[in-house]
Design a protein around this ligand. Sequence first.
Ligand code: G6P
Ligand code: ZN
Length: 540
Amino acid sequence: MIQTIPTTPIDGQKPGTSGLRKKTATFRQPHYLENFIESIWTGIGGVAGKVLVLGGDGRAFNVDAVQIILKMAAASGAAKVIVGQNGLLSTPAASHLIRIRSADGGIILSASHNPGGDDGDFGVKYNTANGGPAPESVTNAIFKASETVTEYRILDSNDLDLGTLGTQTLGGMQVEVVDSVSDFAALMESLFDFDAIRALFADGFTLRFDAMHAITGPYAREILVNRLGAPESAVMNATPRPDFGGGHPDPNPVWAHELMALMMGPDAPDFGAASDGDGDRNMIVGRATYVSPSDSLAVIAANAHLAPGYAKGLAGVARSMPTSEAVDRVAEARGLPCYATPTGWKFFGNLLDAGRATLCGEESAGTGSDHVREKDGLWAVLMWLNILASKRMSVAEAMHAHWDEFGRNFYSRHDYEAVDKAAAEELIAVLRARLDKLAGLPAGPLVVTEAEDFSYTDPVDGSVTAGQGLQLRFEGGARLVLRLSGTGTEGATLRVYMESFAADAFNQDPQIALADVIAAAEALAGIKTRLGRAQPDVVT
Ligand code: G6P
Ligand code: ZN
């Protein structure tokens, strides 16, 4: 039954910030997925005898890919694959399953927040035994294997029934189909005060969670409706669809506009939230109050002890370098270690494994803790609900109380999407070449004090990751970061991150509070001319 299929290497199978992401049509080309999966087997030292977790966010090609991967795992001698029912698992649920089942690793099928469908994106990501995204040593080995692959093995057999729970065999391999939601829901119940949240809802607190037609629908229904007693209508766009209903499942004010319109309008519930394609990102909104991901991280750092799972306090906190320093202020006030890592959740893995950080977050709408090794959208929603249930405050009141105590880091990110790759690379290269000479010089209305090309030395294993973004600081404390996205699939995306600190006057529009930093960015990098764009495509 085992077929050995000859193949030749396919260009560009290099995992980016978060796995290999390409157009769905690219993945559907003959041998494309197979080559990459075979390269994963090689990159992890072979799959023979191993136990893997497998599932995806339900986007187009998810189920076909699951069937192919199962047949390839069986042909190469894997002992067992644990699959989410119908091939579905959110990214945090997959991470949890890898951990509780002591699996050797897992394959997650998703392009996260990128649109899906026949014209959208697909992705494959390998996670290691700790439940987290593979470190660069592993993804580099996978890429290297993809450059030399000459054949792959696949079982010639019928498709498996992925709808029925229980264990089947495929060749010599076991395939266990598990409920996608229940283990994850139980984990959430162990971390948060469900009684307090239930009581909050019973007292009339209203919420709306937007699953954006993606993977979190079934999870949100089970947790928010079945276990916490919210009405069915609290979860919108709750049925996962292969094309996410034609939408862009990224929980930010631009793409979650349906929810945002509700939250900013006269009929806003007390609390709004959304998650992305694969369920690891989150957006938190109060009535007429958008909470930036950086602020959310800081509020959680200051209040996590209110949730039973974190009652003993945090060991430390970590943020990606471009994330605002709001959490640093909390860490300083509370005497907590605080780490700044390159963009990409995988860089938190060692800090979490070593017990140096309990809480991690990124400006890109990711927040999570040591409960799994991925960021976790519903976890963040439940953490906020737990905090509000305990403080009995509105979101706006919680934000103001936070700023009164710690001050406010105004923050914004400007994205220039699908721009000319060469032009974007040149913009970065030209500025990078000048970094050494910038200190003391004016940049628009500001004066540069420090400029560096961010390089990270992992405090646990000593590995060095260089070239992770240009970071500039200015007199008066403002900060600017420029980097190219590692997750786009079209041209390049330039991200410009800006922040400034204010000890009072908290109610300004961030775009106004940050006007000088925005001008400094333009003066330093000449974004408009170089990219031929009058304004950013996305402002968060
Ligand atoms: C994914 C990763 C995150 C990362 C984000 C933005 O969601 O899991 O860790 O912050 O992409 O990456 P990018 O390279 O596009 O800025
Ligand atoms: Zn995601």
